[in-house]
Design a protein around this ligand. Structure first.
Ligand code: NAP
Length: 286
């Protein structure tokens, strides 16, 4: 069976086009322009590129960007002072602190300093708690995008056997929760999981987020499965690959997302959506 492609790039573009229209309408109706404060600490090239893409997407959607580039020597106190400033800025409805932060800064302290109602990434413990309860104020961008990609296939989630490979706080755990809320039966696998290949083969929906190039091979995938590859790995030759061996897995899967052009663009689209929804909430519009 040759898998059909889950085209995250095209899906993200259609969402961004709709957000641009909605932003223009909100501005015309209420005078409010959604705003995102983007904070990047240090010169990590990958983080720099991610923030650049996020800011470009905001500009194209008519979202105001409050851009902050800080040196890698920034202290935790300096970063917290900046967060206090953007927390208080009425033009800012969402705050993005690009991770990872330099080692002198405790990212937990920083993420907790972001006001929960401006926490566009959904990483504040308040929002994590609401997510567990199924009442998320902000759903983390990558997991939210993954669910939209699965939904875009038209395959039901309810009642399906879903396996999430990876249990990070930003991808694996929230994705497992979102699948559970949609009535999938969810198994979460990690580096200590025994008989991982057998667990993966049980999956009708397989989400892979471990950061190991081409880790999931064709024989680990159930015939007809929906496979979402979250991994982003740069090979020595500069090529970008996912955690899934695309060719052999697409021979067996029913649906598969590519890298690049899969989850990455959806993560950006969801950041715009979260910022827009936050701006609407601040205007008292549901
Ligand atoms: P992370 O925090 O490093 O977590 C990796 C997870 O994978 C951990 O739970 C780890 O298990 C598990 N793992 C590692 N090696 C394994 C193995 N050999 N077998 C089974 N499980 C294994 O990573 P992350 O932040 O979730 O990111 C995962 C990948 O997604 C990375 O490639 C990252 O770049 C990518 N990503 C992409 C986007 C996007 O927008 N496209 C967004 C976020 C992340 P333990 O818990 O037992 O250590």
């Amino acid at each position: 069976m040759a898998a059909r492609l889950i085209d995250g790039k095209a899906l993200a573009q259609s969402i961004r086009d709709q957000i641009a229209k909605d932003v223009a309408e909100l501005h015309a109706r209420s005078g409010i322009r959604p705003g995102l404060a983007a904070i990047l600490v240090g010169e990590d090239p990958a983080s720099n590129l991610y923030v650049k893409h996020k800011e470009k997407a905001c500009h194209e959607a008519g979202i105001y960007v409050d851009d902050h580039r800080l040196s890698s020597a920034t202290t935790q106190a300096e970063l917290l002072a900046l967060i206090e400033k953007v927390n208080a800025d009425p033009k800012v409805h969402g705050i993005l602190v690009q991770l990872p932060l330099p080692k002198q800064i405790d990212s937990k302290v920083v993420l907790e300093a972001v006001l929960p109602h401006k926490d566009a990434d959904g990483f504040h413990p308040y929002n994590v708690g609401r997510l567990v309860e199924g009442m998320a104020l902000f759903t983390p961008c990558t997991p939210k995008g993954i669910i939209k990609m699965i939904e875009s296939t038209g395959e039901a989630i309810e009642g399906k056997r879903a396996v999430v490979l990876g249990r990070s706080n930003i991808v694996g755990k929230p994705t497992a929760l979102l699948l559970m809320h949609r009535n999938a039966t969810v198994t979460v696998c990690h580096s200590k999981t025994k008989d991982l290949a057998a667990r993966c083969r049980e999956a009708e929906i397989l989400v892979v987020a471990i950061g190991k190039p081409k880790f999931v091979t064709g024989d680990m995938v159930r015939e007809g499965a929906v496979v979402v590859d979250v991994g982003v790995n740069r090979l020595e030759d500069g090529k970008l690959v996912g955690d899934v061996e695309f060719g052999p897995v697409s021979e067996r899967a029913g649906w598969i997302s590519p890298v690049p052009g899969g989850v990455g663009p959806m993560t950006i689209a969801m950041l715009l959506e979260n910022t827009f929804e936050s701006a609407k909430r601040s205007a008292g519009i549901a």
